[in-house]
Design a protein around this ligand. Structure first.
Ligand code: GLN
Length: 200
């Protein structure tokens, strides 16, 4: 089973390693030629504004959106969550606009304020290590969105059908349970769920 990792910038290698540890083939996505055959796509953390520029430069924005419309599950971590969001506070135009969430950037302080905590994630585990680096949070969610975890009174993980988005970096720890959850999602997703999740 092939799981792609958008490999334009950011924490790519760590996701690749987790995907391989879980017995899947990891594909580093650098152009639209890398997209066919993917059963899931991870949008890593990094810097969302830079990633957006590179998505435009390499002509990947629309191909990634089309992949989503075909029902391929997507997992956005940190900057990746920002890319997925329908709306970004203070930003006129969001990026992929696939997941019905409003996000605010840099909600947990600057790079030097980075921290690791253990959070409890419904359906995944009670003591999941989560690294926050200039992390966004989810301000509000649309009707079809399930909130899976909160930290410090803020939503930090949510799922909407084929989309999973988290504020933190799960890949920077040795714990693969959240990636495992995403891979299970990718195995289960069926085209019949498409109509419901792709209204944006
Ligand atoms: N603050 C970054 C952004 O807005 C995200 C940080 C991260 O991915 N660790 O893109």
């Amino acid at each position: 089973m092939k799981i792609g990792v958008l490999a334009l910038q950011g924490a790519v290698r760590e996701h690749v390693r987790q995907i391989q540890t879980l017995g899947c083939e990891a594909i580093e996505v650098k152009s639209m030629n890398d997209l066919p055959g993917l059963k899931g796509l991870v949008l890593p953390g990094g810097e969302s504004t830079v990633m957006r520029k590179l998505l435009d430069r390499y002509g990947l924005l629309e191909p990634v959106r089309s992949l989503a419309k075909k029902g391929v599950p997507m997992f956005g971590t940190c900057a990746g969550l920002i890319l997925l969001a329908k709306e970004i506070v203070g930003c006129e135009e969001a990026h992929l606009k696939l997941m019905d969430v409003v996000v605010e950037r840099n909600s947990f302080g600057r790079q030097v304020d980075s921290f690791e905590v253990e959070i409890s994630i419904e359906k995944v585990g009670k003591d999941i290590p989560a690294v926050f680096i200039r992390a966004p949070h989810i301000v509000s969610v649309g009707p079809g969105v399930e909130i899976l975890a909160e930290y410090d009174g803020r939503i930090v993980l949510a799922k909407q059908g084929q989309y999973l988005g988290c504020s933190f970096h799960p890949e920077l720890t040795g714990d693969t349970r959240l990636m495992e959850y995403f891979i299970e999602m990718a195995k289960e997703i069926h085209p019949s769920t498409l109509a419901k999740t792709n209204r944006i």
